[in-house]
Design a protein around this ligand. Structure first.
Ligand SMILES: [Zn+2]
Length: 244
């Protein structure tokens, strides 16, 4: 069993090296994916903003049209007022002219605030568009870097995989299955030292009886707490003792 575990430790070193290479690329890929999600959100809100801006512009154009109409009506009523001879018609036309003036003043006020709102919305939209473009360009750069990194580790990963496969041939299926099961459940180490009587995977103290069994090194032992395979190494135990 001691020899089996030693081989398994070597196997794990190779697997961890491979995992580290992959994790680095995966982490960078996850960052690009997150940025892409963010870009999607930005794009959606930009679209909404653009629609709202166009709607405001249409409203502004229609208000300007209304103002033109009101001006024409006002001028027309004013001409009639200047030509009128009897006082009853005069009073009625005067009211009409007055009403058009009020209408024009109200429309002018509306147009002014609407113009200001459109201007602000256009500026904000432009700013968001530029943020969107910047992020999009950044994502393209990052994506290329991640793809390059993934391609560059491919050879090394394959090399490590071949070594791992080769080592695995010498390890019993039972030990290997246990190791692979733990590795599938968690990243990082699946076989850890417990030479000081403590599982170095989860830092739980082993039961004295379990530690005695472990020291015999003739069975496959797992930590009761974290389920990792544990091994005892006399050299490590001596080094630990020396450190204290
Ligand atoms: Zn443990």
């Amino acid at each position: 069993m001691k020899k089996q575990l030693e081989m398994l430790i070597d196997l794990q070193k190779i697997d961890l090296a491979q995992e580290a290479l992959r994790m680095d690329v995966d982490k960078r890929r996850a960052k690009v994916d997150a940025d892409r999600d963010l870009l999607g959100d930005l794009g959606a809100s930009l679209e909404q903003q653009t629609e709202a801006l166009e709607e405001s512009r249409r409203l502004l154009a229609s208000k300007r049209g209304e103002l033109e109409e009101a001006k024409k009506s006002h001028d027309h009523a004013n001409e009639k007022l200047n030509a009128v001879t009897n006082s009853r018609d005069y009073a009625a036309l005067e009211r009409e002219v007055e009403n058009f003036k009020k209408m024009m003043a109200q429309l002018e006020g509306e147009i002014e605030s609407l113009s200001k709102a459109v201007e602000e919305a256009a500026a904000s939209s432009e700013k968001h568009q530029s943020e969107y473009d910047t992020l999009k360009a950044q994502i393209d750069v990052d994506q290329k870097a991640v793809d390059d990194a993934a391609a560059s580790i491919e050879g090394r990963v394959a090399e490590l995989q071949a070594k791992s496969d080769e080592l695995a041939k010498g390890i019993s299926p039972q030990v290997l299955a246990r190791y692979r099961f733990i590795r599938s459940r968690r990243s990082g180490e699946a076989i850890v030292s417990a030479s000081g009587g403590t599982c170095t995977g989860c830092h739980m103290r082993l039961q004295p009886q379990a530690f005695i069994v472990l020291q015999r090194q003739n069975s496959l032992e797992c930590c009761q707490n974290c389920q990792r395979i544990i091994y005892y190494s006399a050299e490590e135990a001596a080094a630990l003792h020396h450190d204290k």
